[in-house]
Every structure is written in structure tokens, then in C-alpha cells.
Ligand binder design. Structure first.
Ligand code: PNS
Length: 166
């Protein structure tokens, strides 16, 4: 797969060390990985805005150079992948619980665009139970999330919850 461009889509609300692990693994197989933050301008959701999420990802992957790019998109993922010339979607797999959701998405994406392939990379065992949702919940209640997110993300999460008074 060397030489190909891949897209790594997700909500990234916020990026975790598990995501970063997948990005680094993808870079061993693809020449360029575009991290694509999904958002719906008509139905904004999540803790961080798409711009805040992209900024945190950019700062997190800055040392990986121009083999990685970061962008937000809305609409169908496969249309965006085709638009930016990425023939492969990368998704991370953690515990078995991820499988059903990923299976449905992959088959739907294949139905929509047969020329866009999905590959799954398994997160390192240290990130098997890391998820953005859990990290937000733990942080909201004052728990230590520093093992699971980059330092800059931990700071921004703390600031977000301090502001919201949670
Ligand atoms: O990190 P997530 O929330 O598991 O990522 C899910 C994401 C963003 C990859 C998925 O919801 C998506 O592709 N959204 C874009 C809209 C789309 O194409 N939907 C059909 C996918 S089957």
C-alpha cells in the first residue's frame, strides 16, 4: 500500500493517544494520511467545535511533518475521500464492541463507492479501552485523563470543563 493516500475520518472530540497510535501505524503503510474531522453544520454537536478539534490535532501531529494533513468535512465520507483523491479509509479497531458499528459503516460505504476501500488497524493494547467519550466523562468528574490524551488536549479539556462549571 506504500505510496497511496489514505483518509482517517472520525469525530475526534477530542483526539486521544489511541487515535495518534492509529495515525502512526497508518503512516507505515501510506505515503500521506489525511485526518478528516466529520461535522454537520446544520446539527452542531460535541464538546469542541470542528475548528478546535482540528487545531488540537494539528498541534498533536506537528512533528509528523507534511505526511499528515488535517481537515474538517461534512456530507458523505466517501464523497469527500473521492474529492481529495484518497482511495483508502483507515479505521482503528479496539475491543470487539467496535466491530458491529464498523462492519455496518464499511458495507454502507462500499455500497456508496465501490472504489474506496476500508482497512482496519488494531490499536495498541494500552489504548484498547481509550475513547473520546470516556475521556470526556472522566475529565468532567475530575478524574485523571493524562495517560489517555496528549498534554495539550488534557489542558484544553480541563479549561472547557472549568468554563462550563462541570
Ligand atoms: O469517530 P466516529 O464518530 O466513530 O466516526 C464516525 C464517522 C465520522 C467516520 C462517520 O460517522 C462518518 O463517516 N460520517 C460522515 C457521514 C457519512 O458518510 N455517513 C455514512 C457512513 S456509513
Amino acid at each position: 500500500m506504500t505510496g497511496k493516500r489514505a483518509i482517517y475520518p472520525g469525530s475526534f472530540d477530542p483526539i486521544t493517544k489511541g487515535h495518534l497510535d492509529i495515525i502512526k501505524r497508518a503512516l507505515t503503510m501510506f505515503e500521506h494520511v489525511r485526518i478528516a474531522v466529520a461535522h454537520n453544520p446544520d446539527k452542531p454537536s460535541g464538546l469542541f467545535t470542528p475548528t478546535e478539534r482540528c487545531d488540537m490535532i494539528r498541534e498533536t501531529v506537528a512533528d509528523l511533518g507534511d505526511t499528515v494533513s488535517v481537515d474538517a468535512f461534512h456530507g458523505l465520507l466517501v464523497s469527500y475521500a473521492q474529492e481529495v483523491g484518497a482511495g483508502t479509509i483507515v479505521r482503528g479497531l479496539r475491543a470487539v464492541a467496535d466491530f458491529d458499528y464498523e462492519f455496518q459503516m464499511t458495507l454502507m460505504n462500499r455500497h456508496l463507492a465501490d472504489d474506496v476501500e476500508t482497512v482496519f488497524l488494531m490499536a495498541d493494547k494500552s489504548h484498547f479501552y481509550t475513547s473520546s467519550s470516556l475521556v470526556k466523562e472522566v475529565c468532567a468528574f475530575g478524574g485523571d485523563i493524562t495517560p489517555f490524551v496528549p498534554a495539550l488536549v488534557a489542558e484544553r479539556l480541563a479549561a472547557k470543563f472549568a468554563k462550563s462549571g462541570s
